[in-house]
Every structure is written in C-alpha cells, then in structure tokens.
Design a protein around this ligand. Sequence first.
Ligand code: FE2
Length: 345
Amino acid sequence: MPSPRTRRATVAGLVATATVLPLSGCGVLGIGGSNADLQIYSARHYDLEGAFKEFQDETGISVEFISGSDAELLQRIKAEGADGEADVFMTVDAGNLWNAAEQGVLKPVESQALTDAVPADLRDSGNQWFGLAMRARTTMYNPDKVKPTDFDATNTYAGLTDPKWKGRLCMRDATSAYTQSLVASLIDLDGREKTLATVKGWVANDVDIKSNDVELLKAIDAGTCDVGITNHYYLARELKKKADLKVKPFWASQQGAGTHVNISGAGVVKTSDNAAQAQQLIEWLATKGQSSFVDGNHEYPVNESVEPEPLIAGFGEFKRMPISAEAYGSQNAEAVKLLAEAGYK
Ligand code: FE2
C-alpha cells in the first residue's frame, strides 16, 4: 500500500503529462512516479486521469502509465519478458485486443464480475481481454443538405455507393485503423465480393478523404461534405465547442445488421507480478468506475446497467452490429488489400 504522498505524486504526474499527450501514436512516455502498484501500458489516449484518480483514492492502489502506440507497447512487453513491469495492457480496437491475445502476452482471468458486466461479444471467449468502452462509427450528415430518409436504412455503409451521393461523400483514409476495422467488419458481414463492390462504389462517388474525424465533421458543418462516416464521440466533442454545429448522426443500418461499433479494452499481462490488483482494476473500470472511464471521452458504457452521459444519450438509442474481434483482427490484412484493390486512398 503506497503512502498518501506517493499516491498524490503519481496522480499529479499523470494529470500533468496526460494533458500533453498527442491523440495518436506517440513515443513511449513514463507518467508519474516509479513505485506505483500497477503499471498500465496504454495505447488509449483519451482522458484517463479522472477515472484512475478515483480508483486510486477508493482503493489505495496506485497506478502509473506507460503510453505508446499499440505496436510499440506489445513489442515492449515481449522484449521485457519476465523482467517486465507491465500489469495491464490497454488498447483501442477489438482487432488489436484480439492480436494481443494471439501474441500470447495476456493472462486469462476468471471473473464473474467481468462476465456479468461485459457482453459476450465485447470480451475474449478465453477471458484474456475485456471491452471497457464502446464507440460507434456511423454516418454523419448536414441537415440542410440531407434528410434521414435519404439513407439506405438496411445497409447504410453500402448504400453510400448510390450515385446520388456522388461528390457529396467524405471519409477517412485507408491507413486509419477506423477505416480498416469498418471494412473488415463489412467483409465479415457481406463477404469479400460485395465489400469490394462497396468500396469501389465509394471511390466511384469521388469520396473526399479527410485526415482525421474532426476535420471531416468540420467539413460537413461547413457544407463542403454533405455526408461522412466518423466515430460518434468526435461529434460530441465538437458539439461541446459549438452547440449549433450543423452535423447530425444517422444510425447506420438500423433495419439491417446495425451500426458498426468498436471498443477499447484491457487485459492482465501474463508476466504481471500483481495480477490480483490488475484484475481488480479492470473489474472496477467495467462496473463502479464505468461512467468515469467512458464519460470523459463521450463513449458508450459496455455495461448495459450503466447509462451513457447526457450528450450522447441525446443521439438516441441504436442497434449495434455485434463485434467479431477475430474478424477485425484476422481480416485486417484482407481489408488493407481490398482498399488498395478498390483504389481507395
Ligand atoms: Fe479516436
């Protein structure tokens, strides 16, 4: 058990450093003191400090972060081996979680609390990782230019191949994990041939590629794109800054397979020498700490007994496509190949 002084120092370090972390792939940075009870290797760079401060205050278990990209952190855990300090591996994207389990760096956890809190498709069937926050990747539109009835409600993603969207469509680049997982999920859902036709259809509609979701939403607001696909929480963030943003979400494929979703999640590192507390942290994040963990980034709780925060609750309820982490992970290379084959940049 750390002294209160150690805990405060660790949390202060976490807050100070976390505020300057970039949102995507960055160098490996140590945050906080060096004597924390739990070392979290995290590729999730969204407002983590509030939830972890609460966990520390409540349990007296101190946490410290090592931040980096998913690939960097996995590499580091493997290189450090049994001498490593990592207790928890946390990342975004179900495919990345699936890959971490495949790489053999995680330890199965038997936990009734996690089985109860996390729906079956949002956790590993072998209990090596658990989804903790959910994001939806759906269609966004400018209400001055598009009506909800303009969309194909059965397969909204494939429906954007309709020539009526030509020159009006904005999406993310082929190198984005968001694009790749969406396409991997479509391969899983519709098969390779239909998905290739879908992506070719987007290209034929002169899809305008944006380098990030925020830029894309700003272009819809400005009227340079009529419709696009982004993660829902970027809309929530932009609405916080500009309440009259001219962008509305349309929940994709509600009369079909449902809207594409993805998760952030975590698992206990196989070589952890503090697996019991690591498990306690993951259990807390999925239960008592769910709101603190997901609300900072306007994400949806995975725990169905927890309500989403008011701003995203205002987006309305939706049916989600079940997640196949194995498909997101194992079809990633196929998705990349298919995007290139379709001429998608
Ligand atoms: Fe993001």
